[in-house]
Design a protein around this ligand. Sequence first.
Ligand SMILES: Cc1cc2nc3c(=O)[nH]c(=O)nc-3n(C[C@H](O)[C@H](O)[C@H](O)COP(=O)(O)OP(=O)(O)OC[C@H]3O[C@@H](n4cnc5c(N)ncnc54)[C@H](O)[C@@H]3O)c2cc1C
Ligand SMILES: *[C@@H]1O[C@H](CO)[C@@H](O)[C@H](O)[C@H]1NC(C)=O
Ligand SMILES: *[C@@H]1O[C@H](CO)[C@@H](O)[C@H](O)[C@H]1NC(C)=O
Length: 499
Amino acid sequence: IEHVLVHYRWVIVCLFLLPASFLFDIYMTLRAWLIFKLNSAPQQHDARVKNVQEQVRNFKLGGSKMCTSRPGWATVSIRLGKYKKNMKKININLMDILEVDTERKVVRLEPLVTMGQVTSLLLPLGWTLPIVPELDDLTVGGLIMGTGIETSSHKYGLMQHVCESYELVLPDGSLTKCSKCTFAIIVFSISRTENPDLFYSVPWSYGTLGFLVAAEIRIVPSKPFVRIKYQPAHSAGELVDIFTKESKKTKENDFVEALAYSDEEGVVMTGNFCDIYEAGKLNRIGRWYKPWFFKHVETKLKSNESSVEYIPLRDYYHRHTRSIFWELQDIIPFGNNPLFRLLVGWLMPPKISLLKLTQGETVKRLYEEHHVVQDIMVPMKNLTKCLQVFDQEIKLYPLWLCPFYLPKDPGMLAPPSEEMYVDVGAYGEPRAPDFNNVKTIRRIEKATKDFNGYQMLYADSYMTREEFREMFDHTLYDKVRKSLPMCEEAMPEIYDKVH
Ligand SMILES: Cc1cc2nc3c(=O)[nH]c(=O)nc-3n(C[C@H](O)[C@H](O)[C@H](O)COP(=O)(O)OP(=O)(O)OC[C@H]3O[C@@H](n4cnc5c(N)ncnc54)[C@H](O)[C@@H]3O)c2cc1C
Ligand SMILES: *[C@@H]1O[C@H](CO)[C@@H](O)[C@H](O)[C@H]1NC(C)=O
Ligand SMILES: *[C@@H]1O[C@H](CO)[C@@H](O)[C@H](O)[C@H]1NC(C)=O
């Protein structure tokens, strides 16, 4: 069975997981549509929050701590948290969009709302989240507690930087709302200045301060298409130069990303919202029979000229979804074959959660030993050096490069001053001859720390507790944990969930 699982995984994926994923999606789409149409979610919200409060109040101190009950296999991240086994699991059954307020320009969302749900509701209304992270299944809660980055992040920062407020059930069972403290808000309404310390320490706390039950996130107007310009580069220097220059144009470019295909080749992509497209240049990349996006972009390397294309907005937001960035090429090697795409492309991608649920011990071990899924966030000025480190240590391409603006807010990410950062994402099988998952990742973590960079929390981390505390600023986090009733006793520390 193990042999079959490892060598013929695509059989299982194609025969069982694809149809199962399809049915699951239909169910979720129907559910989201029905609930919003009937407008029943907001009334049920309060009752469901009370239920969370009750579960938390029933928790008895002593030994174990609390976490959410969402099973490890259901999340997008690769890790199957071992901590889930021994902790008291709080069931957070909150997966609805509560309110779209186009006057205040905010949406109020429950934590299990997915990015796919948000785009299918907001885009037809002419609105969007400023940041729509790539995969359909990423959740609001996971993105606020984790990262929340996309190609508009050079403008807006991370998900936490476009949030207006969080509603949390604290470890003692009380319900609280927190928001950032600004002058205008202090003048007009005292209640909205509540607890900026908590507001700034929730992001990256990974569910260790309390349970998120709703968040208000800003929305911005959207347009139906994205005009995208591909600029190929044929040396590392050229790639970093173009990419850095475009990332700094925060007014001109709505979207910026780059894919590095080797240590000296890559394509920089810049995009802008637009209402209309030039005849003959529309590319509906989201259609089932279209090539995987990273393969399509690779063809741009053949020329030295930049080129322009128009992509429907939702297709753009989810451009890497059908191939799960480039993860699917290892699982379904012929997945990008035109015939396969034509016949079953519409079933792609399989649900990550179902892939994880059915991977078995052997595949899991092989993944741990021969597979890297890491996102490393470093200052843009250190990108050249960082790419050299990645090339030397893992030699894995394509690499995803996504710029983001990091303000000097208090909290876990406290850069010396506001700065443009870049997320370097490596997903796949490393080709470096002496790759060793623990030793190599430890060296990369060390380099990241030297750059004043950060490792995303969803990825495997091998740092010691001290190293982890050097990478992430725990000053405010520790203070808030001390001040919240029962927090230290009832909630684990971030490190204990991610190391
Ligand atoms: C293939 C892949 C692609 C990715 N692409 C992107 C990307 O494009 N952009 C990006 O920003 N990130 C990306 N990520 C990383 C992603 O940000 C993290 O995995 C993130 O944590 C979201 O995952 P999730 O929605 O599955 O959350 P989960 O894994 O379910 O949650 C993450 C953490 O938040 C906590 N949490 C969640 N909900 C609550 C709640 N209601 N109350 C308290 N705690 C809560 C959980 O306890 C958990 O510790 C990617 C990851 C992978 C594996
Ligand atoms: C593109 O230009 C670079 C340097 O100017 C050159 O080395 C490379 O061969 C060119 N590639 C193509 C496909 O023309
Ligand atoms: C990062 O870049 C800055 C500016 O170029 C440089 O001073 C610093 O030494 C670099 N950091 C590392 C670890 O290379």
